[in-house]
Write a protein that binds this ligand. Structure first.
Ligand code: FES
Length: 497
């Protein structure tokens, strides 16, 4: 076990969030060394960290208690060979520690013999001191050998190292944990990291990474052929390999929307569900070998039937690039809407093109995030919030401002986030007028709503504000925040019809 833990690993060990630890480091309560924390520091800040209290331990216990092999638990357990390799590594460490312990015991024996020889030659005060020293060593050794002396964090780290592996990316120095049967690419996406990739299915070779240290294992077949030179250099496909041990991996992280290629994918309708009489949840699924690479908050063009198209924001997280969710609003007389509501069938092909748009999360800001969704603007906001949550952003405020109560078509989502996360604040507002209509009276009414909202949270203008919804509403909201002295670089807008 290493004496220094990455924040991800340390957070897992003490059952806290990465943000909790960052807060302690920033306040000086906990010291870090090159972004890592020492075990002693962790124990000082979390003295009650007990083995039985950890989510990791509970999870392992649950898995043990229920039948192995049940599909629902397969995701939590690593591949059998990976598990065997990790247990072998742990066994080697254990064997090494046992060998060391035996050597220390032998050394102790020899020390007693030496003491015996020396005692025979000592007299008076020297002999008394010698006896005192022997007594002290005996007590210390007995205390060290007492059951329960072992460090609880060391035990937890042992479990963690069997269940997960840590990946450190170069040159970005970001790190994430690989759990269950996830490939390196899937685990990175789950952690909210956007690595460069293409098909996710082993065909394009765009997800190449170089293993600098540690052991990986190919868990999925890939058609793309790596050259012998690449293999010798440690190049692997991240969509087809998992981490056996903690690894350091050289891989490029997406710099922004310019790094995401334009894609054309024939997806199929997995499900349609009416959220209200006017809003439908459309669930599309891409082929396994051709998933949609996008950044949270972006949109795509959908083509249905005889080329009826619409540009819609993706209402799901890039961490699941195969299952794409959309909130489609009924617009009678609009050919796309009529087709989707009246004729589109489960299993039918929908052409997806994109992604487009720059309404993405500015991850490095570190400021509290304020999301204001106006009516259907909830779709891209939902994608951004889910992405922010996978990045473990500390403070998130979500306001859903609707023309009428029925426009709050997924209220349970925001409420559930609020219940589940410590620093997630959700509130709903209804204006009583159509947010798509723009005139002086409506503008004044909306400004009044925004003033009231900002009045209850004066810190709002210190954060980053993301606005999405009908053009008329976000235009007023943008003006409002800029008039309060916020720079344009902290107010992000997206028009959603
Ligand atoms: S993403 Fe295409 S081969 Fe990995």
């Amino acid at each position: 076990m290493s004496d220094l833990f990455s924040l991800n690993r340390a957070a897992r060990l003490v059952g806290a969030t990465r943000a909790d630890l960052q807060k302690k480091i920033q306040s000086g309560e906990m010291f870090s060394f090159d972004g890592k924390v020492a075990i002693a520091e962790l124990l000082l800040c979390y003295p009650d960290a007990q083995l039985e209290d950890t989510a990791e331990f509970k999870r392992v216990t649950q898995i043990k208690e229920r039948a192995f092999g049940k599909r629902v638990f397969e995701r939590a357990l690593p591949d059998a060979e990976v598990l065997a390799a990790r247990i072998t590594e742990l066994s080697k460490t254990l064997a090494h520690s046992q060998a060391q312990l035996e050597q220390f015991n032998a050394l102790l024996e020899r020390l007693w013999d030496k003491f015996g020889e020396m005692e025979g030659q000592c007299h008076g005060e020297a002999r008394t001191k010698m006896e005192g020293l022997k007594c002290w060593i005996k007590q210390e050794v007995a205390a060290a050998m007492e059951p329960g002396f072992s460090n609880p964090l060391a035990i937890k780290d042992g479990i963690l190292s069997v269940m997960t592996a840590q990946v450190t990316l170069l040159p970005s120095q970001q790190d994430f944990l690989v759990e269950g049967r996830d490939t390196l690419l899937e685990a990175a996406m789950r952690a909210g990291l956007s690595l460069n990739y293409g098909c996710s299915g082993g065909n394009c070779g765009l997800c190449k990474g170089r293993v600098v240290s540690g052991q990986v294992k190919k868990t999925r077949h890939h058609d793309f052929t790596l050259s012998e030179t690449e293999k010798e250099q440690g190049i692997i496909l991240m969509c087809s390999n998992t981490a056996v041990s903690d690894i350091t991996l050289e891989a490029s992280v997406t710099g922004g929307v310019q790094d995401i290629p334009f894609q054309q994918i024939a997806a199929t309708v997995k499900a349609k569900a009416m959220l209200t009489a006017e809003v439908m949840l459309l669930h599309l699924q891409t082929p396994r070998s051709q998933r949609l690479r996008f950044l949270a908050g972006q949109k795509v063009s959908l083509r249905v039937g005889h080329s009826f198209t619409a540009e819609l924001p993706i209402a799901s997280c890039p961490c699941d690039d195969r299952n794409l969710l959309f909130h489609v609003r009924r617009q009678t007389g609009n050919l796309f809407s009529d087709y989707v509501f009246e004729r589109l069938k489960t299993g039918e092909v929908v052409e997806v093109e994109g992604p487009q748009g720059e309404f993405i999360l500015h991850e490095k800001s570190g400021r509290p995030l304020y999301f204001l969704a106006f009516d259907g603007g909830f779709a891209p906001i939902k994608s951004l919030v889910e992405h922010a949550m996978s990045l473990e952003v500390e403070t998130i405020h979500l306001h859903w401002i609707a023309s009428a109560p029925e426009q709050l078509y997924l209220p349970n989502v925001g409420r559930a986030w609020g219940d589940a996360l410590d620093d997630f604040h959700y509130s709903e507002h209804t204006t009583g007028f159509d947010l798509r209509v723009s005139n002086a009276k409506r503008e004044a009414q909306l400004l009044h709503h925004l003033q009231e909202m900002a009045g209850t949270d004066p810190a709002m203008t210190l954060g980053d504000v993301y606005l999405a919804g009908p053009e008329a509403a976000i235009g007023v909201a943008e003006k409002f925040f800029l008039s309060r002295g916020m720079p344009k670089t902290r107010v992000f807008v997206e028009a959603v019809r």
